[in-house]
Design a binder for this molecule. Structure first.
Ligand SMILES: NC(=O)c1ccc[n+]([C@@H]2O[C@H](COP(=O)([O-])OP(=O)(O)OC[C@H]3O[C@@H](n4cnc5c(N)ncnc54)[C@H](OP(=O)(O)O)[C@@H]3O)[C@@H](O)[C@H]2O)c1
Length: 391
C-alpha cells in the first residue's frame, strides 16, 4: 500500500485523485488530507478514507469540520503549518500537490526535504521556486512527477531518452474560450464566458489562466524546470481538440506525441503508479469515430500573458515568482468582478517590469518577492477603472 498525502483534496484535481485511489482498492492508503475551506466535501472524504491527519485553512474551518464528521483518532491541524504537517507525515510516501497557487509552495518544498516523492499538479510552486525544488529533489533522491496532462505527456515521451537526442518540446494548448474572439471584445468578456472552457473542467483559477493563455506560460516555465530545457527549445501550439497532450521533437526530425482523452484521471494515474503502467479505469480514445487534429501557432499579440511568462523565465531570479503573484492577484480581481479581463496581462506586465533582477533566490527571497509583487499588483489594479457591469 502506497501512503498518500493529498494537498488540496477538495479541489478538481484532489477529488479526481481520490477517484483514482477508489479505482484501485488496496493499492493506496490515504494518510493525509489538506484542504482550504470546503469542509462539506472534506468531511465526506474524512469519513470515507479515515486519514491519520487532516488540515484546513483556519480554526473556524476546523470547528465546522468537527461538527460534520468524527475526528477522533486522527490529528486535525490548521493553516500553513498544518498543511506542512500533512505533507511531511512519516507514513506518506508520496505527496500529491494539488492545492491551487502559491499556498502550496512551502508544504510541497518541505515534502521534498522530507524525502517524499511529489505528484505535482500545483504548477505555481515550480514557477515560483523551480530551481530550489529541483535541488531538494536531487539531494533527497526523490521524484517530482507531473500531473499536468501536457507534462505527463512530455515525461512519457522523454522516458529513457538521452537529453542530447531531444531538440524541442511542444506544449499543446486548447486556445481557451476566446481563441476566435477578436481582441477588441476582450474588455467586455464576463466571468461566466471566461469560465466556459471548451475541453477541460477545472477549478476557476486555472480556467481563467487557460482563457488568457497564462496557463501555457506557467507550463513553459514548469517544463523548463522539469525537463531541463531552455525557453528557446520549448514551443506552444494551439490544438483545439486537446487530443494530443504534448510532443517531443528529436534531433533526427522524429516527433513523438502522446494522445489521450481529456480526463485528468489519466495523468493522475500515471504519476501515482510510475514507473508501472496499470490498466485504466476509464475508456481510452475512440478511433472508430472521425477525428480531426488541428494545430496553429498561438496569437501572442492577442494573448500577451504567454510572452510575459517567457520574459520572466529569461530574466530568472524572482521574476517568475513575481509573474505568478501578479497573475494570482489579477485573476482573483477578475473573478471577483473588480477588474476587466485585459487588466490581467496589464497588471502582470506592470509588476514584472518593476521586479528587481536577482540571482538564484533562497526560499525566503521567493516568499518576499511573492509578497512584494502582490502589493504592487493590488496597487496597479486599484489604479484602474472598475470592471464594466456584465450583460
Ligand atoms: N483542474 C485541472 O484539470 C488541472 C489540470 C492541470 C493542473 N492543475 C493545477 O492543479 C492545481 C489545482 O487546480 P484545481 O483545478 O484542482 O483547483 P480547485 O478546484 O480550485 O482546487 C483548489 C484546491 O486548493 C485548496 N486550497 C485553496 N486555498 C487553500 C488554502 N489556503 N489552504 C489549503 N488549501 C487551499 C482548495 O481547498 P478548498 O476548496 O477546500 O478551499 C482546493 O482543494 C492548480 O495549480 C492547477 O493549475 C489543474
Amino acid at each position: 500500500m502506497k501512503g498518500l498525502s493529498i494537498l488540496g483534496s477538495t479541489g478538481s484535481i484532489g477529488t479526481n485523485v481520490l477517484r483514482v485511489v477508489d479505482a484501485f482498492p488496496g493499492r493506496f492508503e490515504v494518510v493525509g488530507l489538506a484542504a482550504g475551506g470546503n469542509v462539506g466535501v472534506l468531511a465526506e472524504q474524512v469519513a470515507r478514507h479515515r486519514p491519520r491527519i487532516v488540515s484546513v485553512a483556519d480554526a473556524g474551518g476546523l470547528e465546522r469540520l468537527s461538527r460534520l464528521v468524527d475526528l477522533s483518532g486522527l490529528r486535525a491541524v490548521v493553516g500553513r503549518e498544518g498543511m506542512v504537517e500533512v505533507a511531511t507525515h512519516p507514513d506518506s510516501r508520496m505527496v500529491v500537490a494539488s492545492a491551487v497557487g502559491a499556498v502550496g509552495l512551502v508544504p510541497t518544498y518541505r515534502a521534498l526535504e522530507a524525502g517524499k516523492d511529489v505528484a505535482l499538479a500545483n504548477k505555481e510552486t515550480l514557477v515560483m521556486a523551480g530551481e530550489l525544488m529541483l535541488a531538494r529533489a536531487r539531494e533527497r533522491g526523490v521524484l517530482i512527477l507531473p500531473i499536468d496532462s501536457e507534462h505527463c505527456a512530455l515525461h512519457e515521451c522523454l522516458d529513457g531518452r538521452r537529453p542530447q537526442d531531444v531538440c524541442r518540446l511542444v506544449l499543446t494548448a486548447s486556445g481557451g474560450p476566446f481563441r476566435d474572439l477578436p481582441r477588441e471584445s476582450f474588455a467586455r468578456v464576463t466571468r461566466e464566458e471566461a469560465l466556459a472552457h471548451p475541453t477541460w473542467r477545472m477549478g476557476p483559477k486555472i480556467t481563467i489562466d487557460s482563457a488568457t493563455l497564462m496557463n501555457k506560460g506557467l507550463e513553459v516555465i514548469e517544463a523548463h524546470w522539469l525537463f531541463g530545457m531552455p525557453a528557446a527549445k520549448i514551443d506552444v501550439l494551439v490544438h483545439p481538440q486537446s487530443v494530443v497532450h504534448s510532443m517531443v521533437e528529436l534531433v533526427d526530425g522524429t516527433v513523438l506525441a502522446q494522445l489521450g482523452v481529456t480526463d485528468m484521471r489519466m495523468p493522475i494515474q500515471y504519476a501515482l503508479t510510475y514507473p508501472e503502467t496499470w490498466e485504466a479505469a476509464i475508456p481510452g480514445l475512440d478511433f472508430s469515430r472521425a477525428m480531426r487534429l488541428d494545430f496553429a501557432p498561438p496569437d501572442r499579440a492577442k494573448f500577451p500573458c504567454l510572452s510575459l511568462a517567457y520574459r520572466a523565465l529569461e530574466r530568472g531570479g524572482t521574476a517568475p515568482a513575481a509573474l505568478n503573484a501578479a497573475n494570482e492577484e489579477a485573476v482573483a480581481a477578475f473573478l471577483g468582478g473588480r477588474a476587466p479581463f485585459p487588466a490581467i496581462p496589464e497588471t502582470i506586465e506592470t509588476v514584472l517590469d518593476t521586479e528587481p533582477t536577482a540571482g538564484a533566490p533562497a526560499l525566503e527571497d521567493v516568499l518576499e518577492a511573492d509578497r512584494r509583487a502582490r502589493e504592487r499588483a493590488r496597487e496597479a489594479l486599484a489604479r484602474r477603472a472598475p470592471a464594466p457591469a456584465a450583460g
